[in-house]
Design a protein around this ligand. Structure first.
Ligand SMILES: Cc1cc2nc3c(=O)[nH]c(=O)nc-3n(C[C@H](O)[C@H](O)[C@H](O)COP(=O)(O)OP(=O)(O)OC[C@H]3O[C@@H](n4cnc5c(N)ncnc54)[C@H](O)[C@@H]3O)c2cc1C
Length: 471
């Protein structure tokens, strides 16, 4: 059996890896053999998970993960893969700083005037969360603003606290949720997060490992079209160094973005494929990596000194050193800009570095709304790097029209779909989706993960949703 995987991001690598490890050494004479081919249009694997070089003398580290930063303790498949390749995630405390000024600022570390003003809404929100556990399948399909209106929460509560939080998930699913609800300040805990190691190095090592497992890797190779043959096989056309070539395979896994899939399928796309894949909403976002501390201070509270006046009764024990910031855009409820303090978040830096020498990253969402952005206020001389991204929009229509129906095409015409876009835009989901496709193609779920209840539960839930299979 010859299997081709299109896309060498987390999903494609996970799929290729599990297939290759399962089938390694098997011949067609025993339990079947598989030849695994992985195509990636860039020159390296990793997809959206990338790192850049920075000046080690100036910043105290030679690299920075410039987009993907970390995950929650539920990222078992991702962490296992780090360890398998001799790397490790690092535990950090997710301290947040949302909004600005007396009327806008709140955090998960202590009460602020805003959380005191909105106490009634916060308490009622707790009741809603309890209910949501039971009626999540119905409420989960509704946009959050409808839920907020339906339950008559105040405009301020929605605009200043709930919408900004959606960017970080206030999950009700215990598997993926980050936060514990607190009846006084909405978020009561400082959850544990895990910062990723150097992603560029991780994917370099993964590529070597895949090659050792006999995966045939074609980088700089863009798949341009496929053709379904009447005998069930699939012809795959790709371009490498401006040269067009063709191979024929038995099974195909698309692990690239849905817009690419539709382009590759061209006139071969069925009505269902077109409907399900054509509906995935995405945005063009830009991230700016910079050292402009004045810009950061204008929109966010960065340290204890900056909140002294606002929260005079802040417990002396809580050093206010947040790493995750949200700026709700005035007069546009639901619109946010977000920033990270990379020096505090990423383990290669010394987090005790004075804040005016930190590296920050600010993300501006949705290019079509760029007139709302504060991007031009960042001092150009302090910008280290700017990068545009393709980002899945977590819209209700994505869940109602793509996620719910993906299983109806998954496996049809010997074609499977992986990628975080199949559920939620997270590195862990990308890996789980790749593993799920490999299992559909006969691979075996690793024993150690099988013995880990939260890892295997996540995989099972994903299999159920995206493949309508329990195993
Ligand atoms: C700015 C940013 C920050 C993020 N931060 C986090 C975070 O902190 N934590 C977290 O868990 N997640 C984060 N994510 C999400 C996470 O990065 C993604 O969910 C995950 O990396 C997606 O992996 P994937 O394999 O599904 O897709 P991708 O990484 O997009 O991989 C798809 C691959 O397919 C290739 N491809 C496309 N078309 C073709 C073709 N025709 N032929 C060959 N190859 C093709 C592409 O080049 C790409 O390499 C972030 C995302 C972004 C953009």
């Amino acid at each position: 059996m010859r299997i081709v995987i299109i896309g060498g991001g987390a999903a494609g690598c996970a799929c290729a890896s599990l297939l290759a490890k399962t089938f390694k050494g098997r011949t067609s004479a025993d339990r079947g053999a598989a030849e695994v081919l992985l195509f990636e249009k860039n020159e390296v694997l990793g997809g959206q998970a990338t790192s850049i070089d920075i000046d080690a003398k100036q910043y105290g580290a030679s690299f920075l993960n410039d987009g993907v930063q970390g995950g929650s303790p539920a990222f078992k498949h991702t962490f296992r893969q780090f360890r398998a390749l001799g790397l490790e995630e690092k535990e950090v405390e997710l301290k947040i700083s949302f909004g600005h000024g007396r009327d806008g600022f709140w955090t998960n570390m202590f009460e602020t005037p805003l959380t005191r003003t909105l106490k009634t809404d916060i308490k009622r929100f707790g009741t809603l969360l309890t209910w949501m556990r039971f009626i999540e399948p119905i409420l989960g399909l509704l946009p959050i603003w409808i839920i907020m209106n339906l339950f008559r929460f105040s405009k301020d509560f929605g605009a200043r606290m709930v919408y900004p939080l959606m960017a970080l998930f206030l999950g009700t699913d215990p598997l993926m949720k980050l936060w514990e609800y607190d009846p006084n300040r909405l978020l009561g805990s400082v959850p544990k997060m895990y910062a990723f190691p150097e992603l560029r190095e991780f994917y370099r090592r993964w590529m070597r490992d895949l090659e050792e497992d006999d995966v045939q890797i074609y980088v700089n190779s863009s798949v341009s079209r496929i053709r379904y043959q009447t005998n069930g096989r699939i012809e795959v056309g790709y371009i490498h160094n401006d040269q067009q070539s063709t191979i024929t395979v038995d099974q195909l896994v698309f692990a690239c973005e849905p817009s690419s899939i539709i382009e590759i399928l061209g006139d071969q796309a069925s009505w269902m494929q077109r409907k399900i894949l054509g509906n995935v909403p995405y945005f063009h976002d830009v991230s700016v990596t910079h050292t402009d501390v004045d810009y950061m201070r204008k929109y966010y509270h960065l340290d204890s000194d900056s909140v002294e006046d606002i929260a005079p009764d802040m417990p002396m024990s809580s050093k206010f050193d947040p790493m995750y910031f949200i700026h709700p855009v005035d007069d546009h409820p639901g619109k946010v800009e977000m920033s990270f303090d990379c020096t505090r978040y990423q383990p290669q830096f010394n987090s005790h570095t004075p804040v005016d020498r930190h590296i920050f990253q600010t993300i501006f969402l949705n290019k079509s709304e760029q007139e709302l952005w504060t991007k031009d206020e960042i001092n150009k001389d302090k910008i280290l790097y700017e990068k545009w991204w393709w980002q899945l929009g977590h819209r209700w229509s994505h869940y109602a029209r793509t996620v719910l129906f993906l299983a109806s095409i998954n496996g049809r015409r010997n074609t499977y779909y992986a990628g975080s876009w199949t559920l939620v835009n997270m590195h862990e989901m990308a890996i789980v989706s790749g593993i799920a496709c490999a299992i559909r193609l006969g691979a075996e779920y690793p024993q150690d993960l099988n013995g880990d209840p939260s890892a295997s539960k996540l995989l099972r839930l994903y299999m159920l949703l995206a493949h309508w299979r329990w195993k």
